[in-house]
Write a protein that binds this ligand. Structure first.
Ligand SMILES: Cc1cc2nc3c(=O)[nH]c(=O)nc-3n(C[C@H](O)[C@H](O)[C@H](O)COP(=O)(O)OP(=O)(O)OC[C@H]3O[C@@H](n4cnc5c(N)ncnc54)[C@H](O)[C@@H]3O)c2cc1C
Length: 390
């Protein structure tokens, strides 16, 4: 039976995260207005707060599954701010790819690195089979050439999992992922991207110019190339089953902040959101607000469901995409709705609501747009392959 009831220990953990998040929020505007002045890895206040890892100690079987609690913790952090954290954890999307597709030896070798993941190119986004970056085997080295854009954690990362084709004629089957460490000659961080939202986040563009890496940096290893689930396309795509619900949770944390702010502002204006009043006893404005709250709840349940399936070792490909598709559209509707309810307060830079509206936009873009999630869901439900339904 699916049960999201939290134990006392889990509730304390989430409350602790919210206390940290409020401190992080006090830095949010500064780093939004000073794009590329990245927030520190640790805020000055960190010494006053116990590390989340210490709060995790002693969690047992009776506590909520790791997937579900991670989603709630993620949302709790972004409720404070998307980019500013009390302490920045190690790891990026590339680490999830390494876990999904690397051999045990590769996972061990690179486990301490923070890894970005670079798929997107100027001419390739939603359809990763169009990757133009090439990898050519030359003796004991792969030689990479190409360009990657919008790489999250691109500046901070110690290295990157980069998608390149070893055989353009082979389409998807020719695409492999390679680990390239920073400092490798020919691996250039070309520039930092300027963005609409999540402006304090580190997003970079890369160039690979005759970049030579050891033969063993092919994720999954060469002996695994012909097998499904290796460092090839399907293997690395598995990464997203774990990360897509988390992307939705990120956006929902921000949307919850917008709802809380709006509820507080309504209260200050003398408008109580009364959940006991019947449909005829509410103003249209309050009913609209309650619909936004219900949308938040529905979207969060899809996230927790996808995480719960993963916690129980069950397939969650469709549910991960449902969570991301639902979350991505819900957070836009919620933040836009809050702005409309509050009017000038919603767009004033004196407050963070306009920033939250900009910050949530990414939820529906990276790791597969909303349209692409709907394609995946349709394929899964109707039993079509990616070439039959595209
Ligand atoms: C802040 C930020 C961070 C990012 N981080 C990373 C990262 O770390 N690593 C990385 O590799 N990439 C990253 N990206 C890139 C992101 O994953 C891509 O922008 C995204 O996949 C969409 O690709 P595209 O922009 O090329 O759009 P396109 O693929 O050109 O799509 C344009 C539009 O057409 C729609 N569309 C495309 N194909 C279809 C279809 N078959 N059916 C219906 N609609 C379709 C799309 O949904 C979209 O609305 C990041 C982007 C941003 C903005």
């Amino acid at each position: 039976m699916i049960d999201f009831e939290l134990t006392r220990k889990d509730r304390e953990l989430l409350e602790a995260i919210r206390r940290e998040a409020l401190v992080a929020r006090s830095y949010a505007r500064h780093y939004d207005e000073n794009e590329h002045e990245f927030p520190p890895d640790e805020l000055p206040e960190a010494k006053d707060f116990p590390s989340v890892f210490s709060l995790f100690a002693g969690r047992g079987k009776e506590d909520t599954g790791m997937g579900v609690i991670s989603m709630l913790l993620t949302a709790g952090q972004t409720w404070g701010d998307y980019s500013v954290r009390m302490r920045r954890g190690k790891g990026g999307l590339g680490n999830a790819a390494l876990r999904a597709a690397g051999t045990p030896a590769q996972q061990e070798k690179w486990k301490d690195l923070t890894l970005a993941m670079a798929i997107t190119e100027p001419g390739c986004g939603s359809d990763p089979s169009a990757v133009q970056t090439t990898a050519v085997l030359d003796g004991e080295e792969w030689v990479l050439n190409g360009e990657k854009i919008f790489v999250t954690t691109g500046c901070r990362a110690d290295g990157v999992v980069v998608w390149a084709t070893v055989d353009k004629a082979a389409g998807r089957a020719g695409i492999k992922s390679f680990l390239v460490e920073k400092g490798t000659p020919g691996f250039i961080v070309a520039h930092k991207e300027k963005k609409l939202g999540i402006r304090a986040d580190d997003t970079a563009a890369y160039v690979f110019k005759d970049c030579r890496i050891p033969r063993g940096n092919l994720l999954g290893g060469e002996e695994a190339i012909p097998k499904a689930g290796s460092g090839g396309f399907r293997g690395v795509m598995k990464t997203f089953n774990m990360t897509r619900p988390a992307v939705a949770a990120i956006g929902l944390g921000i949307a919850e902040a917008a709802l809380d702010f709006t509820r507080d502002q309504l209260r200050e204006a003398g408008v109580e959101v009364d959940y006991g009043a019947g449909i005829g006893g509410q103003s249209a404005l309050v009913r609209r607000f309650q619909r936004l709250e219900a949308l938040y709840e529905a979207a969060m349940l899809t996230v927790l469901h996808a995480a719960w399936l993963s916690d129980h070792g069950k397939p969650n490909n469709t549910e991960a995409s449902i969570a991301k598709a639902k979350g991505g559209s819900a957070v836009r509707e919620i933040t836009q709705g809050c702005i409309e309810i509050l009017g000038p307060l919603g767009v004033s830079r004196e407050h963070l609501l306009e920033k939250w509206f900009r910050d949530v936009r990414i939820t529906d873009i990276y790791e597969g747009t909303g349209q692409i999630q709907r394609l995946i869901i349709a394929r899964d439900i109707l039993g079509y392959s990616s070439s039959e339904l595209r």
